[in-house]
Design a protein. Structure first.
Length: 299
């Protein structure tokens, strides 16, 4: 049918995705009690509610038989950039909203995806953004969002090739002080309201803490020397920080190169990377305007 017709067909195809699973107690002896009449009851319960098995089964079923092959491939490529692990996010019900986010945003804009993944509870648990506080700022998410999720460690040109200084050395994209400031920026977020007492809410996005002292409201210096003034709210700091990351010149070639490698070819030419990066940039401002028009609910 030709490339363009196929792509348009795939863009219009509904997502196979993953079914939302019921949240379980942290204690598997409560969620899956022993049944003296059937010893396999607990075994199957643990498999279905406390392991990645249901999601693995859905993934391979969708991959083999789902009509939305392009969406699945793009989502899988993005999952390899914005990573969480089932060894830490141990219940399938916790992991499902994370996977659904990629299916939902596979054909969207990276700024929106970055917003949703930042506040996804699975990511909050995996990289310790949930509970990150002014008194004890955690650098895990700040470091990974810069190094792996957006701009990378070293400056590059639009075609993905390295920028070098006068001595022929790579030029760092950021330093430890930048990581420290982003760690402070990402303070003040916690899980949503518990649906049932004792059940952590992994279904809804994280929300600002009710304790106003948890978020660091001090001045912060971000990428390219951008200074955020003191006194911003938890949401304002987050929005400004993600805009700063998304608008960095490295973001377009860094993400474009990784998607090309996952979806097309492992060794793309600089010209190919640049053409894709230009498309990334042309959609950037539209995306940011849309997000801010929707207000804080968009993230």
């Amino acid at each position: 049918m030709g490339f363009r017709t196929y792509l348009n067909e795939q863009f219009a195809t509904s997502s196979s995705s993953y079914p939302t699973l019921q949240l379980q107690p942290l204690d598997d002896s409560v969620g899956c009690p022993n049944d003296p009449n059937n010893p396999f009851t607990r075994t199957y319960c643990l498999r279905d509610n406390y392991s990645m098995y249901p999601l693995q089964r859905s993934f391979f079923t969708n991959a083999l038989y789902g009509p939305d092959q392009l969406r699945q491939r793009v989502a899988f490529a993005l999952q390899q950039i914005l990573v969480v692990s089932g060894r830490d996010v141990m219940q399938p019900s916790w992991m499902t909203p994370y996977l659904q986010t990629f299916d939902r945003n596979a054909f969207g804009n990276y700024r929106q995806l970055l917003s949703e993944i930042t506040l996804n509870p699975a990511m909050g648990k995996y990289l310790n953004m949930e509970g990150n506080s002014k008194a004890n700022p955690n650098e895990n998410f700040a470091r990974e969002v810069l190094q792996l999720f957006s701009v990378g460690q070293d400056l590059v040109y639009l075609d993905g090739t390295a920028r070098l200084d006068a001595q022929g050395e790579h030029v760092p994209t950021y330093d430890q002080a930048t990581i420290t400031n982003f760690a402070r920026l990402f303070t003040g977020w916690t899980y949503g309201a518990q649906p049932t007492p004792g059940i952590v809410n992994y279904l809804d996005p994280m929300r600002p803490s009710n304790n106003p002292n948890v978020h660091d409201t001090g001045q912060k210096t971000l990428l390219n020397g951008l200074v955020l003034p003191a006194g911003l709210t938890t949401e304002q700091d987050l929005n400004a920080g993600l805009d700063n990351i998304f608008n960095h010149p490295n973001a377009a070639p860094f993400i474009s190169l990784r998607l090309i490698r996952s979806l097309v070819t492992s060794n793309p030419s600089p010209g190919y990377v640049e053409r894709v990066a230009v498309v990334f940039i042309t959609t950037a401002q539209v995306s940011i305007l849309t997000i801010h028009a929707q207000g804080s609910a968009a993230i």
